[in-house]
Design a protein. Structure first.
Length: 386
């Protein structure tokens, strides 16, 4: 067997030498052996791995699972395939707001010869490091998928393989509100995806329509996705109901938005899969505060803590890619008030929705204007989510 140094392995895998040492010490690298104070790492035989004819792995296995509510971790523990179980744990860590653990859990798979494992790892690594405010690693992970898409464009292969690449890349770019570039449309590949990914793909398309400000189409795609799904997949279902709540808020159908939000919460609550509410906090325009602050104070605080972390990384990536500033010095409540005011809500309407006095809303607006150094609603628009 051929061996390499920790430094060589780190360069090949795109991680730090310390990470490789940690993996070796934890027994995560089969065949690694310690010689004196240094680790010797077996060189992975890429070609042999690619020719392996074993069972195919499923991308994002937890996202693609129908598990009983409240029993997510038990479900993961019973997964037979070790690699899929490891990826599923990483998914659980991410969707439950444990970004650091999620990123660490998938590092070993970023250079896997197995497409499903590599792309799952890249997606989780990208979004986890966004929350960890390590945006360089977010861009690195997205680049893994984009590189494969570009290099394998036009090559013959199973449609499902191409579908997975397009799905993962589209999901990452749309959810970050980035420009897609010259990539095939996800719509043409949904039929090749397994049930849970197909359902999440419907959410991605609904989100895309939302960004185009076509809120009726957003609702139509979401409703159709729910109606045509072959089963109820808890995580995709939570995302879709969140999307419907967002669309309803932009149509100023607040009571309907609350109903959709609470449906999403019921699917997420028992397993505390709360990341989705932090990701969409600003676009939910007060739903988190109105529905959870008093009734679920502990969960509300956890979500709020994640919002600050996720938003900081998200804004950095978005600022570089789209060349514009997004408000990063507002509290979660101030940002919500700013979003509503920017979307032409009156002070009275905001006060009623947020369940505060009009005077309180005016105070928030004074603070917002002062922090952003602006003087009008028109100037506010440039700092808001679109």
């Amino acid at each position: 067997m051929k061996y390499e140094t920790v430094k060589e392995a780190a360069e090949r895998l795109g991680v730090t030498a310390r990470t490789v040492q940690k993996w070796a010490a934890a027994g995560k690298i089969p065949g690694a052996m310690k010689v004196g104070r240094d680790w010797q790492i077996p060189v992975q035989k890429e070609e042999g791995a690619k020719k392996c004819t074993g069972r195919k792995h499923i991308p994002m296995p937890l996202l693609n699972s129908v598990f009983p509510l409240g029993q997510c971790t038990r479900y993961i523990e019973k997964m037979e395939d070790e690699d899929e179980r490891n990826i599923a744990w990483a998914e659980y860590y991410y969707f439950s707001g444990q970004a650091e653990k999620a990123a660490e859990a998938v590092e070993l798979y970023l250079n896997s010869p197995d497409d499903a494992l590599r792309y799952s790892a890249a997606w989780i690594y990208a979004f986890s490091n966004l929350t960890c405010d390590k945006t360089a690693l977010t861009k690195y992970a997205i680049g893994i998928i984009k590189k494969d898409l570009q290099e394998q464009a036009g090559e013959e292969g199973l449609p499902v393989q191409r579908a997975i690449r397009v799905f993962i890349y589209t999901a990452a770019t749309v959810l970050l509100h980035l420009t897609m570039g010259d990539v095939e449309l996800l719509e043409g590949y949904l039929k090749y995806l397994p049930g849970g990914l197909k359902m999440f793909g419907g959410y991605v398309l609904a989100h895309k329509a939302y960004l185009e400000k076509n809120y009726e189409r957003t609702l139509a795609i979401a409703d159709m996705t729910l109606a045509l799904s072959d089963a109820v997949y808890p995580i995709p279902t939570t995302y879709i109901y969140n999307m419907e709540a967002m669309a309803m808020m932009n149509l100023m159908r607040v009571e309907e938005a609350k109903k959709y939000f609470m449906k999403a919460w019921e699917y997420a609550r028992q397993d505390q899969l709360i990341e989705v509410f932090a990701e969409h906090h600003g676009l939910l325009q007060g739903m988190v505060e109105v529905c959870l602050k008093e009734k679920e104070p502990e969960s509300f605080q956890k979500i709020t803590d994640i919002v600050y972390k996720f938003s900081a990384g998200w804004r950095k990536v978005h600022k570089i890619a789209e060349h514009r500033e997004i408000a990063d010095n507002l509290s979660t409540t101030e940002f919500t008030v700013a979003m509503l005011y920017n979307r032409k809500w009156t002070i009275k309407e905001i006060a009623h929705h947020m369940q505060v006095s009009e005077r309180t809303v005016k105070k928030h607006l004074d603070v917002i204007y002062d922090k952003l150094n602006i003087h009008s609603r028109q100037e506010l628009e440039q700092y808001m989510l679109r």
